[in-house]
Design a binder for this molecule. Structure first.
Ligand code: AMP
Length: 214
């Protein structure tokens, strides 16, 4: 399965990807995660990416496209992949189409997760994750059993630096201007699958799988 997961910040891409990667046994490729990891390791790319991410802006296309191009060439992507948070601009979508052509890969679907704006902000400011195992939580809808501690590996949870109300506003603005046009791009390619993502993770994942396998 070769899949793209698209949607506004807080639409649940990471949560659904965690389930879908097991279901389809494909690598989960999150450009946001790749950038956060590079920032943590203070690599030259990470230092550049940080200047954009901290302001809620997109990392430039040339850097992002190159990272994805190299990642998709790796062996574990031969039988499929789950792209989460990429592409985010028309230029990235065009680059991806070119890369997939070069690699002889046919995209199965671009899943677009639709969420109401007020729910997005609530989801993001209440979002927490585990720095060790990557498990995600929501303080209201999906809290950890022990406050501030990961259920799986007992590690203290953290809040992403860009998950604050000011940055969310600019991320939503960037999403509407630069990423929303991709819905049309993939619709024209006949690859668009739209999913209502206002409900629970469990119900939405079921809906995604049912729709993809219909
Ligand atoms: P995410 O974890 O997908 O919400 O991404 C966090 C941040 O990383 C975004 O707000 C962007 O600043 C940056 N980022 C992630 N993916 C991309 C991308 N495809 N293009 C440009 N910037 C990205």
């Amino acid at each position: 399965m070769h899949l793209i997961l698209m949607g506004a910040p807080g639409s649940g891409k990471g949560s659904y990807a965690a389930v879908l990667k097991e279901h389809y046994r494909v690598p989960h490729i999150s450009t946001g995660e790749i950038f956060r990891d590079a920032i943590e390791k203070k690599t030259p790319m990470g230092l550049i990416a940080k200047t954009y991410i901290d302001k809620g802006n997109l990392v430039p296309d040339d850097i992002t496209n190159e990272i994805v191009k190299e990642r998709l060439k790796q062996k574990d992507c031969e039988n499929g992949f789950l792209l989460d948070g990429y592409p985010r601009t028309i230029a990235q979508a065009e680059s991806l189409t070119k890369i997939l052509d070069e690699l002889g890969i046919t995209l199965d679907a671009a899943v677009n997760l639709e969420v109401d704006d007020d729910l997005i902000v609530r989801r993001i400011v209440n979002r927490r994750s585990c720095p060790k195992c990557g498990k995600g939580y929501n303080l209201i809808t999906y809290p950890p059993k022990k406050e501030g501690i990961c259920d799986v590996c007992n590690t203290p949870l953290f809040t992403r630096k860009d998950d604050n109300e000011e940055t969310v506003t600019s991320r939503l603005d960037v999403y509407n201007k630069q990423t929303r046009p991709l819905v049309d791009y993939y619709d024209k390619l006949g690859k668009l699958v739209s999913i209502d993502s206002n409900g629970t993770i469990e119900d939405t994942v079921k809906d995604i799988i049912k729709t993809l396998e219909a």
